[in-house]
Design a protein around this ligand. Sequence first.
Ligand code: PLP
Length: 419
Amino acid sequence: MKDEEYLSLESNVRSYCRNFPVIFKSAKDSYLYDKDGKEYIDFLCGAGSLNYGHNNLQIKQKVIEYLNNDGIVHSLDLATTAKQEFLETFYALILQPRKLNYKIQFTGPTGTNAVEAALKIARKVTGRKQIISFTNAFHGVSLGALAVTGHSYYRKGSEGSLNNVTFMPYDSYLGDKVNTIDYLRRFLEDESSGIDLPAAIIVETIQGEGGVNVASNKWLQSLYELCNQLKILLIIDDIQVGCGRTGTFFSFEESHIIPHVVVLSKSLSGFGLPFAVLLLKPEIDIWKPGEHNGTFRGNNLAFVSATETLKQFWSIQKFEKEINERAKILKTALETIIKTHLSNGELRGKGLILGVDCKKPELAKQITNQSFQNGLILERCGSNDQVIKFLPPLVTSIDVIQKAMRIFEKSIPTGLLRL
Ligand SMILES: *Cc1c(COP(=O)(O)O)cnc(C)c1O
């Protein structure tokens, strides 16, 4: 079959492959290779699912060893040694050192399924229907998760009802002078505002798909305070920016809040395998057995890869330091490039999720297309796809970051098209 014929077998719903129209064959660390052997630096990073790069040798060896020993691949949610080792390791390396007391729920293996479970448990615990979400939020595309997702492009993809959600302005949505938590508080405290007290507020600390919008620590703290005061559950969707992306394992660590529910997925397996969990404060874990179920709850191969990932990267402090060193280099390089070539551009982000808001969608598209031609894969995000998102694997070497920056710089058009 010719390439074009093969491609048209897949539904029109395919998306990333349209922006990067080659056929990829292999991948290692921060690189992808197409079938003609051309190499690309991968700053798309599986939208944050490949924080440890492609095919990390030690993780891969553990998975292969497990398979070679006839380790159990599928077991519904039966207890397995792979699950036991994951739970023990996650407790010892992630929860205990951070003094976090959470129960761990395995949901279906996608982020959106874990979001569904989070919304369900919040409604079940509080007996309330409403959920509050924020402008530009992205939480997935199954019905419940879609209802708390802001972008009309995704919302229009469903004729189903997306009810019982109120959207409120995210941090800085109304400019720097408006404190959007004060705004939200006014609605929730006024019995006559027309907005029902919600079961939960769901939020990303940095909106990954929504344009790399960062909520300040102060904003998160005020939100947390408001939730505690009004007995609303706070759900942090850490699917994209958790697992080290911002420089700490959880993105909210610096703000010292303790969400009632945390959703993790994308990079949790460490190897790009499907895997999602909810972390629940013990007192809200009121599920009856199997009440939220799914055939693929807990993926044994992902348990194995995640356990090895945690041991390799999160048993030492060094990794957080490395992330922050790399982040500094990426940020400085982008600042210089913006100053020289994109005078109206705005840099946002934290740790190793950075966004360059080009203000003009056509310009962002032109730059990412040219970057791709030049061997660097970059995604666009934001309400009009006007933001170029830099999401390198956290293990990307400084050399590769610098090389990517040279490619990015030379992919910016000169002359009239410049901002
Ligand atoms: C990707 C993502 C989701 C959805 O996860 P899927 O595995 O694609 O269903 C939800 N929330 C955030 C913040 C995400 O980045």
